[in-house]
Design a protein around this ligand. Structure first.
Ligand code: ADP
Length: 395
């Protein structure tokens, strides 16, 4: 029995026509770029989008780009072109400028032009045809981390180099954590950060709506049990201790559908979802992969968290408890414990890769304190892996 009607509509690259719970972000983007429509904008607009993996950044920006192009043309008679570039794949100024050239179908010579010259070509083309360009730079952190400073500077200050009265290229910078931007030199940062739109991890009720909608697109009617959707939403919902990642939630749904089909079940049941869940758990794999990039003291802090959670059989501990444990664990390893502010930085990093969650304590505790929890299930393998990483890095 076939229960999946459009498999492609479950693929991570597919951009659905609706994005439940992201309508306000699309409106906010429209507001940011409204100047392009009315011709009021005399400057290049910039907006930074910050949010963890799977919070819908890519899908939202792509959907915005497409609909903004349409509205500009239809309602304002203005030509706007949106181009989406993944900086993980194109992580130099040259590759970015080539991508833009290609997207505009410019006759880009295979060799011989510098990125500066390419940008100039792009600019002249836009000017001649009276087109405004919005470039979405996805995974922009990769560019910031690998490109030389001059290239970053050139990209974001473009218009100081090419004299132009009307500024034709605007940017949407997409990053996973704001750290990659805030560590930049102020002179560059000020050109990037004008407006910041944050994408929070999805809550379980939001994931439920998203799954429900994606189910209606991809599955035949009444082939997915509601309990199954509830289970996925509760597993990954940020408010339930999950990562709030819609991508993993949809992947789980997709795999559960395949399992059900293979078994000849006419409907996706809770059990299929549970099996899909334990089969993938890419969520954990993804996070575990990123652990190897952590510094020694970030790993020590993580190990300290695991120790206290275990010892207290708790789901959550205070920042104070964590810091004390971190200090004694560091000493145990003959490492000088880092200062308080540094430890906070490390915590931010752990949060950014999705391995820990923090929240402010509410009532019932004196003062306000930060509570820290682990976003992964505490298992022996994870613990061993972290210990091993620490040993590797202890040199
Ligand atoms: P990010 O860029 O933040 O990592 P994506 O935009 O790639 O996240 O989203 C991950 C997956 O989840 C994609 O398949 C996307 O279509 C889907 N998705 C994310 N948010 C929503 C939403 N609000 N409604 C429907 N699908 C969503």
């Amino acid at each position: 029995v076939l229960i999946i009607k459009h498999k492609d509509k479950l693929s991570p690259d597919y951009v659905p026509e609706n994005l439940p719970h992201r309508e306000d972000k699309i409106r906010e983007l429209g507001f940011t770029f409204r100047g392009l429509l009315t011709g009021e904008s005399k400057d290049s607009e910039r907006v930074v989008i910050v949010g963890r993996t799977g919070t819908g950044k890519t899908a939202t920006v792509k959907l915005f780009g497409k609909s903004f192009e349409d509205i500009a043309e239809r309602e304002y008679g203005v030509k706007v072109k949106y181009i989406h570039i993944n900086c993980y794949r194109h992580r130099s100024l040259y590759l970015i400028s080539q991508e833009i050239g290609n997207a505009l179908k410019l006759p880009v010579p295979a060799r011989g032009l510098s990125s500066q010259e390419l940008f100039k070509m792009v600019h002249e083309y836009l000017d001649r045809r009276n087109i405004h360009l919005i470039v979405g730079l996805d995974e922009f952190g990769h560019f910031l981390n690998t490109a030389p400073t001059e290239e970053i500077y050139f990209l974001v200050r473009l218009y100081d180099e090419i004299s132009a009265i009307i500024k034709r290229i605007s940017y949407i910078f997409i990053v996973n954590d704001s750290y990659s931007i805030y560590k930049l030199d102020k002179s560059i940062r000020d050109h990037i950060v004008r407006r910041v739109i944050e994408f929070q991890p999805y809550k379980s009720t939001e994931l439920y709506d998203i799954l429900k909608y994606r189910t209606s697109e991809a599955f035949n009617e009444n082939t997915v049990d509601d309990e199954a959707l509830q289970f996925i939403a509760n597993t990954y919902g940020f408010d339930k201790g999950g990562s709030g990642n819609a991508r993993i939630a949809i992947e789980t749904l997709s795999l559960a559908g395949e399992i059900a089909e293979k078994e000849g079940s006419p409907i996706v049941l809770l059990d299929h979802v549970k099996r899909a869940n334990s089969a993938i758990n890419p969520e954990i794999q993804e996070i575990v992969d990123s652990l190897s990039y952590l510094d020694l003291h970030q790993l020590i802090l993580l190990e300290a968290l695991i120790r206290v959670l275990k010892r207290n059989k708790a789901d959550e501990i205070t920042m104070g408890m964590l810091e004390n444990e971190y200090i004694s664990l560091a000493r145990e390893l003959n490492e000088e414990p880092r200062k308080h502010t540094q430890v906070y930085e490390y915590l931010r990093k752990l949060k950014a890769i999705g391995v820990v969650n923090t929240r402010q304590s509410g009532k019932g505790m004196r003062g306000r304190t930060t509570l820290v929890s682990l976003s992964l299930p505490l298992d022996k393998k994870l613990d061993e892996y972290i210990t091993q990483q620490i040993l590797v890095k202890l040199k």
